[in-house]
Write a protein that binds this ligand. Structure first.
Ligand SMILES: [Mn+2]
Length: 308
């Protein structure tokens, strides 16, 4: 294997969360990635890797009351608090946090931790969000009540205070410092919020027309000029289900195998990524752990693996 990225000290943090998806399967994602050799692959690339284990996930009862528009709020909030502290600690130590999920509600805590570190260090946060969905729902718009459809909105300061208020401040990031890539499934009220915020969204149609490389070039140039810490939140459902079938919420018409790799290779080449999440791997819906193997290839591409 050939590596180009500067060696990092990588902290793997598992987030075996399923409450945000309201069904089991994605909670096995971190185990699937470990079994497929995540730490070994990154060590082979020359990085120092420490596996910090998993954040605790428990479905805490809310005094017998469950809000159908914010399912499992208590458990999700508590686990994300723990994740946020762990991620912030990793960055404060000068390490690179790699969060592995688990459903995409993981981004609530990961981004809260990153934003908290940035705030202390006087850095501006930029986020590249790679996803089939925009994850911009709030309590009043969600069709399912599943919190994994809300983390982008929550990071922008929209939604339930228990989640937006993690680490004691909100919003975590400015809309202008985000870029959503690969989007193809947006609920009508989400469209309005995206328009109101002028949130930069690159849909699959944009990728068809302009090409993934040109889009990423624009995004990275803008973020490199406006942010000091670039976080990548990768929802594996951004990739076409024909490439990765073991995902939480599959949507046809996604990134091809090569588009996904080129995206991650380009990020690696620019050397600008300071933290990464890999979310929504569901080995129950998979075949021979292929989606976890593929996800590890993508992580490796973003951290320096090259063809030559
Ligand atoms: Mn997502």
């Amino acid at each position: 294997m050939s590596a180009t990225a500067a060696p990092k000290t990588i902290d793997i943090i598992g987030f075996p969360m399923y409450l945000g998806a309201d069904r089991h399967g994605v909670d096995l994602g971190p185990a699937a990635l470990r079994i497929a050799g995540l730490a070994e692959t990154l060590t082979d690339l020359g990085h120092a890797v420490a596996d910090l284990g998993d954040v605790t996930v428990r479905d805490y009862a809310e005094n017998g009351f469950t809000n159908p528009k914010l399912k499992h709020l208590g458990g999700i909030a508590r686990s994300n608090e723990e994740l946020a502290r762990s991620v912030a600690g990793s960055l404060d130590n000068g390490h690179f946090p790699l969060c592995i999920g688990g459903d995409h509600s993981m981004a609530i805590g990961a981004i809260a931790g990153i934003a908290s570190h940035c705030r202390k260090a006087g850095k501006t946060l930029g986020i590249i969000w790679i996803d089939a969905h925009s994850d911009m729902n709030v309590e009043s718009t969600t069709p399912s009540g599943n919190i994994h459809g809300m983390p982008m909105a929550i990071s922008l300061g929209l939604g339930n205070e228990r989640l937006t208020g993690l680490m004691g401040f909100s919003p975590k990031v400015a809309a202008d410092h985000c870029a959503l890539i690969g989007v193809r499934k947006v609920d009508p009220p989400e469209r309005e919020i995206i328009r109101d915020l002028k949130l930069p969204v690159y849909t699959m149609s944009d990728i068809d027309r302009l090409g993934i490389h040109a889009i990423l070039d624009t995004v990275l140039q803008k973020l490199e000029n406006s942010a000091d810490h670039i976080h990548v939140s990768f929802d594996i459902d951004s990739v076409d289900p024909s490439v990765a079938m073991g995902v939480g919420t599959p949507v046809t018409g996604g990134l091809t195998y090569r588009e996904a790799h080129l995206l991650m290779e380009t990020i690696a080449k620019r050397g600008c990524m300071s933290s990464l999440e890999m979310a929504e791997i569901n080995p129950i819906l998979d075949h021979k752990n292929g989606s976890a193997v593929f996800a590890i290839e993508l992580v490796a591409s973003s951290l320096g693996l090259t063809i030559l």
